[in-house]
Design a protein. Structure first.
Length: 379
């Protein structure tokens, strides 16, 4: 009998050890699974950052990824833009947005902001409401508020919500802290793009977009294709025109040259004023060899163009011997005629590479070539 008891005790101990081992393995597996899921989410974040879309579209897509991958009912990202708090991404009905973008003012979240720690709140039944809710009772019953800091500067918050009371009681907050850190990384990564998008402007004389357009909206078009031809050209005799005739004549030359190119741009070609007398044409989806035909024809036409600026002679005459004088025009002189001289350089842009580096290479060639050069060069 004693032997049987010993055997049973040994079996029980063995089963306990086995169960403990299995439990540890399950925990390890779950931990690995969570890590793998976090890595997949991070990879999706990185892919989104690299896409050719606006900053706001990227943040919205990142929020959608969080909702899908972590099965979150509601997720809202709010960022301070320097003047006010703005909802950058949310799947909550817009009628609640005014409330959601003022959460930093809610007393229960003020301590969370001050200490940079998340705050979990919930209700016990469907008759209760969360402290920040004003007009909704049934939508959210649990919420976790995550203040967002970048280099110790408070820049906004991320809040996740559930329609179930106590839904986040057993959730691993550390996972969402990692996600929050990834959100900060994304916001930091796209801030440069946001700056570029906000400073895109149109040139006063030509009505063309500036260089920054190529890094935002223009890139959406260009990166539809694996490769594109990028061409920079310069009006090489612009300084001579300004000195020999006038700066007004130089401006007129720039306007007429840009108008001619602008009126001959087709399809998804992009034409911008790069700087001063330098312009850029991007032939989206076209190789340099194919673009050269277009450039050659435009160059010939432009250099045959006669750009004129009429000059008026004025004389002062006495008005009926009153001593008062006014200017009256005499017969116009023969207008000055000039012909622009253009120098083109062209290269290949590959999707996903730095457009700014390509432009620097073209500009370096244009700036360092002989001032008398007027050709089409492929580099």
């Amino acid at each position: 009998m004693t032997i049987i008891i010993i055997i049973l005790v040994a079996m029980i101990i063995g089963l306990l050890i086995y169960n403990i081992t299995i439990h540890k393995k399950i925990e390890q597996f779950n931990a690995l699974n969570r890590q793998a899921n976090n890595l997949r989410v991070l990879q999706d974040f990185l892919t989104t950052i690299g896409e050719t879309s606006s900053v706001d579209e990227k943040i919205q897509k990142i929020n959608d990824i969080l909702i899908e991958k972590y099965e979150i009912k509601y997720s809202t990202i709010v960022v301070f833009d320097g003047t006010e708090y703005q909802i950058k991404a949310s799947n909550v009905d817009k009628k609640h947005w005014d409330t959601l973008k003022r959460l930093q003012e809610v007393p229960i979240f003020k301590d969370s902001v001050a200490t940079a720690t998340p705050k979990y709140i919930t209700v016990n039944n469907d008759k209760e409401k969360l402290p920040y809710q004003e007009m909704e009772f049934a939508r959210a019953k649990s919420a976790i508020f995550f203040p967002i800091y970048e280099e110790n500067v408070y820049i906004g918050y991320w809040i996740i919500e559930s329609g179930v009371p106590h839904d986040f009681d057993n959730i691993d907050i550390t996972i969402f802290e990692v996600i929050k850190d990834n959100i900060v990384s994304v916001l930091r990564s796209v801030v440069h793009q946001k700056t570029l998008e906000s400073i895109v402007r149109k040139d006063l004389f030509t009505g063309l977009y500036s260089e920054e357009y190529l890094y935002g909206e223009g890139r959406k078009i260009i990166d539809k294709y694996t490769t594109s031809a990028v061409c920079m050209f310069r009006i090489m005799n612009i300084e001579e025109i300004n000195e020999k005739y006038s700066r007004k004549m130089g401006n007129e030359t720039i306007i007429q040259v840009s108008d001619y190119i602008k009126n001959n741009i087709v399809g998804e070609y992009i034409f911008i004023r790069y700087m001063g007398p330098k312009f850029v044409i991007v032939f989206s989806g076209v190789d340099p060899e194919s673009a050269i035909g277009f450039i050659k024809n435009r160059k010939q036409d432009l250099e045959k163009m006669n750009i004129a600026q009429k000059k008026e002679n004025f004389e002062e005459i006495d008005i009926e011997n009153t001593g008062k004088k006014k200017k009256t025009s005499k017969k116009s002189k023969k207008p000055d005629i000039i012909n622009p001289r253009l120098n083109f350089v062209i290269t290949t842009y590959y999707k996903g590479t730095g457009m700014e580096e390509v432009l620097k290479k073209l500009e370096q060639y244009i700036d360092n070539c002989d001032k008398s050069e007027s050709s089409i060069t492929t580099i």
